[in-house]
Design a protein around this ligand. Sequence first.
Ligand code: PMV
Length: 323
Amino acid sequence: MTTAKANANLALVKYFGKRDVPLNLPAAGSLSLTLEPLETVTDVVFDDALEKDELLLGGAPVSPKFYERTRGFLGLVRELAGVSSMCRVRTENNFPTAAGLASSASGFAALALAATRAAGLELTEAELSALARRGSGSACRSVPGGIAIWHEGRDPDGGDSFAESILESSQWDLCVVVGIASEGEKAVGSTRAMTLTAQTSPYYPSWISSCRQDLISAQKAVADRDFTALGEIAERSALSMHAAALAASPGIVFWNGTTVEGIHLARSLRARGVEAYFTCDAGPQPKLVCLSKDVDAVNGALAALSGVSRTITCRLAGPARLV
Ligand code: PMV
């Protein structure tokens, strides 16, 4: 049996648009923080005695949709390794599944590592990242640690569209406080949301061109350890992504009232000298990015919102690894 762990990641320059849907190739590059303690642990064993793949999530059988998606991914690993046996997969997340907390990212990164090793393959980090991308686009960014960029790439087969670390976890004391504003599954899946936005939102072309510019500026902010510049880019990227989705037809609203309170909270914290920036993904959870010196103040303020049932304080994590 092979066991791997991978952490979730949070994009500061968002990925929201695909140039190739089956291969999960992005319309533009993105930049993310790999975060602990948000983690998936996955065990894989190939077993000739199995007639079909077996999959348990948190000890329970999974939905048919989840099963098919995972089975498709395991088929890619079998093809790459030249293996035909079925496998038994057990996976656990220590945070809510599918509520805009990137469980598919840590999930497919951990599965890519555990399944390739169990099948006898030893991929480079870039190859592993490109493979994880096939499971869920953002999963490629949970393979490297610290701060990662996912390259837009040009190859039609996606070989050059993988993520790599631009800063290790020990090199900057960035924190993220996640406010849990709903533990339910998200209403619209991210692929559906991206496709609808690309097809119907009048803002989609300008959203994609803004990603390219933001990625260049964010890389410079990281190199200069300029938290103000990085935070401003992150807040703008999140709001622009949601603006593009809101303008789709029908409009995609990932937010609830607590999400909007999170936006105002970041601004009022900054007015009081606590540097916190808002971001949010394909779910309602408001996430505030700050430096470790301010994390207690940010956590206290976010936890005090009436719609926030609990908060999770995160720091930069290392790469996906075998256990
Ligand atoms: O990897 P997916 O298909 O779950 O897409 C995730 C997209 C966002 O979380 C909304 C943004 C991002 O870059 O992570």
